[in-house]
Write a protein that binds this ligand. Structure first.
Ligand code: 4NP
Length: 160
């Protein structure tokens, strides 16, 4: 295989949900020995937090669950992302529709809801935990972990 399979996780601020997905999926890819084959990044549809590290609540929770993500920095989605990435995975429907508005029709197929890859949860959206309590971050992590496993299985079956 010549070209890497590339995945971009997208939420609103790129400081809670999408960096959690980035960190969790990166670890799964590493454990599968596929770091040279799968490229991963995350971004936000909004620019509020560009350049910042993930929310400390996300970093702490991830650390408790064995995932390092403190090295990540927020950036905003740009048009080049739709050319560069094979999978542009939205955390919720608002982000999904915002991505569709930004993209050209030829790129619509790349834009999907991340939780479509979870076989454990019927929920369609990873809820925004930013203004809530610790429980919200736990739930985000559970959803992200499940969908990350499903996504890796899908990529292995389809591309590798
Ligand atoms: P995220 O969470 O989209 O999961 O990174 C949010 C972070 C910040 C804000 C909203 C959601 N905010 O309004 O600043």
């Amino acid at each position: 295989m010549s070209k890497k399979v590339s995945v971009l996780f997208v939420c609103l601020g790129n400081i809670c949900r999408s960096p959690t997905a980035h960190g969790v999926f990166r670890q799964l890819v590493k454990e599968a020995g596929l770091e040279e084959v799968i490229e991963i990044d995350s971004a936000g549809t909004a620019a509020f937090h560009v350049g910042k590290a993930p929310d400390t609540r996300s970093i702490q929770l991830a650390k408790q669950r064995g995932i390092e993500m403190a090295d990540l920095r927020a950036r905003q989605v740009d048009l080049g992302d739709f050319y560069q990435y094979d999978y542009v995975l939205a955390m919720d429907e608002a982000n999904f529709f915002n991505l569709k508005e930004l993209a050209l029709p030829e790129h619509y197929d790349k834009i999907q809801l991340f939780l479509d890859y979870s076989s454990d949860y019927a929920e369609k959206e990873v809820p925004d935990p930013y203004y809530g309590g610790a429980q919200g971050f736990d739930h985000v992590f559970d959803l992200v972990e499940s969908a990350s496993q499903g996504l890796l299985q899908h990529i292995q079956k389809k591309h590798l």
